[in-house]
Design a protein around this ligand. Structure first.
Ligand code: GDP
Length: 312
């Protein structure tokens, strides 16, 4: 599992390694090194706030612990990154009384439908049952896509016609999930940011209906963020946080992203836990988010004490 994450983050970790090689080409760790380090962290989308916090912390430890080699410094940065990610870390909630309900929100193309399928697949392969709700009624293609994925996973999808009320789909899906005794109800929603006000009202209504029909639900409102969009993803995130009471983030498309540091910005600037990461287009390419593993994978290419590098 770690190897897959490491491979996914290889673009980001290569950038970090090259940058750190440049920063420490002179050998000694000096004041300039820290400035360059901060710029490097910002380059991989850690965000200004977190980058300065990391560098301040590391600078202090370098002084206190008399650190002299770049390998030791990598370890300090890695520990601080993991610590920031830990501050918001929280496991995915599962209801003791089925169905567990997850609502997926996020802009079009972020990976909601694919994530819905991956999550349902995970439950099904663990011997549990699932049902999906096609609440993105704005585009016929979105309904078709969820249906195609659901067929592959082998689960039922509750859908209405294109243009119908998403809250009505949510209502029917909640009833179907309870009536058929499904363990998981996964709700796919629309993500048209240009009709921001309508989108917010629509999402609120979907969530209200689910909360009314299934006590304690939704158990998670998961914001799906495309891991290649960088800081722009944070701007979008705030819109959805206002509308939908987001409880966690699924960070997708980490494979191929050179901006894996965005996970740190999500924790520090949005204060949200990352719950899952998408590392490919296949059904099995969804992993639990483990802060320490993520930090190690980010710095997997960087030098470690004694010239070794991160393996597993
Ligand atoms: P939605 O509009 O938010 O429902 O987004 P989709 O689920 O349709 O995904 C948009 C595109 O992103 C599709 O081509 C997916 O195959 C792709 N995608 C989703 N998640 C991942 C991922 O983790 N890695 C990669 N490489 N592609 C992904």
């Amino acid at each position: 599992m770690f190897e897959k994450l490491k491979a996914s983050l290889s673009k980001t970790s290569s950038l970090l390694r090259e940058g750190m090689d440049r920063v420490f080409s002179g050998g000694a760790i000096g004041a300039d090194s820290f400035e360059e380090l901060e710029a490097l962290l910002i380059q991989v989308d850690v965000g200004v706030k977190a980058a300065s916090e990391i560098v301040e912390d590391v600078r202090e430890r370098v002084r206190r612990e008399r650190v002299q080699d770049s390998g030791q410094l990598t370890r300090l940065i890695m520990e601080k990154v993991a610590a920031i990610l830990e501050t918001t870390s929280k496991p995915l909630q599962v209801s003791g009384l089925p169905p567990t309900v997850y609502v997926l929100v996020g802009v079009n193309g972020s990976g909601k439908t694919t994530t819905a399928a991956k999550l349902a697949h995970r439950w099904v392969t663990q011997g549990r049952t699932a049902i999906a709700a096609a609440c993105d009624t704005f585009r016929a293609a979105a309904i078709d896509q969820l249906e195609a994925w659901s067929n592959r996973v082998g689960i039922e999808v509750v859908k209405h016609q294109e243009g119908s009320d998403p809250a009505a789909v949510a209502f029917d899906a909640a009833h179907a999930a309870v009536a058929r005794g499904r363990d998981l109800l996964i709700v796919d929603t629309a993500g048209r940011l240009h009709t921001k006000k309508n989108l917010m009202e629509e999402l609120k209504k979907v969530i209200r209906v689910i909360a009314r029909e299934i006590p304690g639900a939704p158990h998670e409102v998961l914001l799906v963020i495309d891991g290649t969009t960088g800081q722009n993803g944070l701007v979008q995130a705030r819109v959805f946080m206002e509308a939908a009471g987001v409880t966690g983030v699924v960070l997708t498309k980490l494979d191929g992203s050179a901006r894996g540091g965005i996970a740190v910005a999500i924790a520090r600037e949005l204060g949200l836990p990352i719950k899952l990461v998408g590392v490919g287009e296949g059904l099995d390419d969804l992993k639990d988010f483990v802060p320490g593993d993520f930090a190690r994978a980010l710095f997997a290419s960087a030098p470690l004490p004694g010239g070794s590098s991160v393996t597993s």
